[in-house]
Design a protein around this ligand. Structure first.
Ligand code: DLL
Length: 427
């Protein structure tokens, strides 16, 4: 599609989605009325800058279904991702949303060179996380065969990859490295496998990791980007040129803004990525601030696709960590600690990469009054560590090693407290 055709389509769809949310989502109607905006003020895609932004906090404030535009009877699937506190972000999808999602996902897989002859193993988590089912539906939609492997049980998975002649795999890049390591430990060589293509995402990764994964698994690895609030995996994808990821911009309109001033930035400048869903029915979002920092690339891609490309995610404008593909916010840990009387809400998160898997350690200070009651001996501390670890697992969905510290031992900093020490080196 030419740029003019694309802009015309985006403008038409934007007008439609703005009227739709104005009439179906009280949150957006109130915001637009406060800005003296009417759906008819939004006619072309350039008008998007007049619209209000949406944040994760807005979704949280409207928990669970306040931002849903479609009636309950039209929702056929619900996913969730972690919020900045214990509350999850709930996303409902209509039948049409699921169709568009699987179409966009099929678009990604086609760009990776996947065909109907491929046998694709999906090793993202199946469940509330969008990775598993999102990729699964895309593989089915394009007519390749899917193995819903999900995560865990790596040895059995390697057996399936070898015995069934699996040609494609979708997982986090760190899991791909873990798979390679386990394979080598089992004495399985990449020559014993038929893998040729990988769809890697859900967490940041580097060119160095790509080379290592490709070398050790004997495949070509492609980037896959997405977020649950907007859809899930499929928001953008790499083509054979691997020079940035094409955004499915006929469905998800991207902008880059300065995270401090929220002013739009010109093409090529790094800033915060913002998406407006142009066709979504379940939970359409206007100018959703992803908190992901990147740039939109200039010029057209040599592959011939005219969809705009985004560069790699270079960081986040908030404190979200991605540990084993799961989003973790320090405030979630704080909310757990506030519910445990023996613990002070003073803590530190240490993230390390052991082998190829992320490990999280949570250091927590004990409250002085409990410490003074003889809690400084080993047994009760171990019990307390177990209790905190179990509560954290419930909220974070990943396990963490907990270390209870004596009062006053976790370093305080001047000004903003540093909660996180990320020792992972992404090379
Ligand atoms: O991670 C959806 C997904 C599943 C994408 C499988 C790709 C593959 P959330 O759990 O909502 O959704 O997390 C979204 O993860 O805002 C980024 O910070 C990060 N992220 C996702 N893909 C990439 C990637 C899924 N390819 C958040 N590179 C996003 C870097 C990524 N970061």
């Amino acid at each position: 599609m030419s740029r003019d055709e694309m802009s015309a389509l985006q403008g038409k769809r934007l007008h439609k989605v703005v009227s739709y949310v104005y009439h179906n989502v009280p949150f957006y109607r109130a915001k637009m009325q406060a800005m003296d905006l009417n759906p008819d003020d939004i006619r072309t895609i350039e008008d998007i800058v007049k619209l209000p932004f949406t944040t994760k906090q807005d979704i949280r404030d409207n928990y669970p279904f306040g931002l849903q535009a479609a009636p309950k009877s039209e929702i056929i699937r619900i996913h969730a991702s972690s919020g900045t506190t214990g509350k999850a972000t709930i996303v409902g999808y209509t039948r049409k949303d699921i169709e568009i999602w699987s179409e966009c996902m099929a678009r990604c897989l086609t760009a990776y060179g996947v065909t109907r002859d491929d046998l694709f193993s999906v090793a993202y988590g199946y469940g509330l996380f969008t990775g598993g089912l999102g990729v699964h539906y895309g593989v089915e939609n394009m007519g390749a065969a899917v193995i819903p492997a999900s995560t865990g049980n790596t040895e059995k998975h390697i057996g399936l990859i070898r015995d069934l002649g699996v040609t494609g795999i979708a997982c986090t890049p760190s899991y791909a490295l873990h798979l390679a390591e386990t394979m080598e430990a089992l004495g399985v060589r990449k020559e014993d496998l038929s893998l040729r293509v990988g769809a890697f995402g859900a967490e940041p990764w580097t060119e160095h990791m790509r080379k290592e994964i490709e070398e050790r698994l004997g495949l070509k690895g492609y980037n896959l980007y997405g977020l649950s609030e907007i859809m899930g995996p499929c928001v953008s994808y790499e083509c054979e040129c691997q020079n940035g990821s094409h955004i499915c911009e006929d469905h998800f309109f991207p902008e880059i803004v300065d995270p401090a001033t929220l002013q739009p930035l010109p093409r090529g400048k790094e800033g915060e990525l913002v998406f407006t869903t142009l066709t979504k029915e379940g939970m359409p979002l206007l100018r959703y601030r992803t908190r992901d920092l990147c740039s939109l690339l200039e010029g057209e891609c040599a592959c011939g696709r005219t969809e705009v490309r985004m560069g790699r995610i270079i960081g986040r404008s908030d404190d979200m960590l991605i540990i084993r593909g799961i989003n973790v916010f320090p405030s979630q840990v704080e909310s757990v600690l506030l519910g445990i009387p023996e613990c002070a809400p003073r803590f530190k998160l240490i993230v390390e990469r052991t082998g190829n898997l992320d490990a999280l350690t949570v250091q927590v200070e004990m409250r002085q009054e409990y410490f003074a009651q003889g809690f400084d001996t080993l047994a009760p501390v171990t019990e307390l560590e177990k209790k905190v670890a179990s509560k954290l697992r419930g909220v974070l969905s990943i396990s963490a090693r907990v270390q209870i510290k004596s009062p006053g031992t976790i370093a305080r900093s001047e000004g903003k407290t540093v909660f996180v020490e990320d020792r992972r080196k992404l090379q």
